[in-house]
Design a protein around this ligand. Structure first.
Ligand SMILES: Cc1cc2nc3c(=O)[nH]c(=O)nc-3n(C[C@H](O)[C@H](O)[C@H](O)COP(=O)(O)O)c2cc1C
Length: 176
């Protein structure tokens, strides 16, 4: 049996946060990585880290400048990186090859280690209805957001999805 794990990264997005958490909690072989905004946004949506701790999921927060946990990629601990949900900020950084925090460093180092990444992008359509903490809101992603999404889709060893069904199907295929 393959003992390698999945590194699931949550960024500061309310869009599809609930669906991402529900899916990650079904997994047995997963560690959780949080961007600083991801950690904050969990609180905005009333999630407590205890839901992950109860399932013995290891949690890595963004507390080092060098993104120290990326060294686990060099030790072949992970077979897959999932970034779900991914903010437009994280998509922009990844698409431009910029790694300035824990999640974007995990993505960049995964690429350099030839470990596959699965990214659930939120801003993929000109009009998006999203879950704010207290209500649904309509947003109009900018051209630059859509351009970054399209750029990322062309990356080698990266699968970018834009809906929950595709996320589940890709995860099933890649979690082998
Ligand atoms: C309640 C709340 C919900 C948010 N939801 C989104 C979102 O759905 N998509 C997005 O791109 N940014 C969203 N943001 C903004 C990001 O958290 C912000 O751009 C942050 O700097 C992203 O950092 P990260 O990409 O490192 O996680 C939200 C912010 C708040 C306070």
């Amino acid at each position: 049996m393959d003992k390698k794990k999945i590194a699931w990264c949550i960024t500061g997005s309310g869009h599809y946060l609930k669906e991402s958490i529900e899916l990650l909690l079904t997994l047995e072989n997963v560690d959780l990585y949080l961007s600083k905004a991801g950690e904050e946004v969990l609180k905005w949506y009333n999630y407590d880290l205890s839901i992950f701790k109860k399932k013995k999921i290891k949690i890595f927060k963004d507390i080092t400048s060098s993104s120290a946990p990326v060294s686990l990629l060099y030790e072949s601990v992970y077979k897959l990186i999932v970034i779900s949900p991914a903010t437009s900020n994280t998509i922009a950084l990844m698409a431009q090859g910029i790694s300035t925090n824990l999640v974007t460093n995990m993505f960049a180092q995964a690429g350099k280690c030839e470990v596959h990444s699965l990214v659930f992008a939120c801003d993929t359509e000109p009009v998006v209805i999203t879950q704010a903490p207290k209500k649904l809101v309509t947003l109009y992603p900018r051209d630059i957001d859509l351009k970054n999404y399209k750029t990322l889709k062309k990356f080698k060893n990266v699968t970018v999805v834009d809906n929950v069904k595709a996320l589940k199907m890709s995860l099933k295929k890649l979690n082998k």
